[in-house]
Write a protein that binds this ligand. Structure first.
Ligand code: THU
Length: 136
């Protein structure tokens, strides 16, 4: 069963499948569910640029569409194509909001430069005072 420690490698592996011919910026994500299953995603770009979907949302929507709604952690690895990530790639605001729909502020967000250089955040620190369904 995969664990938190396995996520960085899975995100790096998913990054290799990015379809990013326009930005040449490849991102991979690996989302760990409460039941121990992991869903991965990569960014998928489009000639109509705004249609592009980030790796995090590809992973999240894949998990939700498979019936998962409870999550423990997500690992993200991003950087220019053809090279290992040079920096820690943080999730964009849209992906933070998408994650907040299903995860609470304790969701662990791992930013992966390489397997041995991982920064750890809480979703609540990356998206404080978020808009949620509680407000509706
Ligand atoms: N991208 C992601 O996949 N995740 C992020 O958190 C930031 C940006 C993608 C979108 C686009 O394909 C490329 O990276 C450059 O913005």
């Amino acid at each position: 069963m995969p664990e938190l420690k396995d996520l960085p490698k899975m995100a790096l592996r998913a990054r290799a499948r990015a379809y990013a011919p326009y930005s040449s910026f490849q991102v991979g994500a690996a989302l760990l569910c409460d039941d121990g299953s992991v869903y991965t995603g990569c960014n998928i770009e489009n000639a109509a640029y705004s249609v592009t979907c980030c790796a995090e949302r590809v992973a999240l929507f894949s998990a939700v569409s498979a019936g998962r709604r409870a999550f423990r952690a997500i690992a993200i690895a991003g950087g220019p194509a053809g090279d290992a990530p040079r920096e820690h790639c943080a999730p964009c605001g849209v992906c933070r909001q998408a994650l907040a729909e299903f995860a609470d502020e304790e969701l662990c967000v791992l930013l992966v430069r390489d397997e041995n250089d991982v920064q750890m955040y809480r979703l609540g620190d990356l998206l404080p005072a978020s808009f949620t369904k509680k407000a509706l």
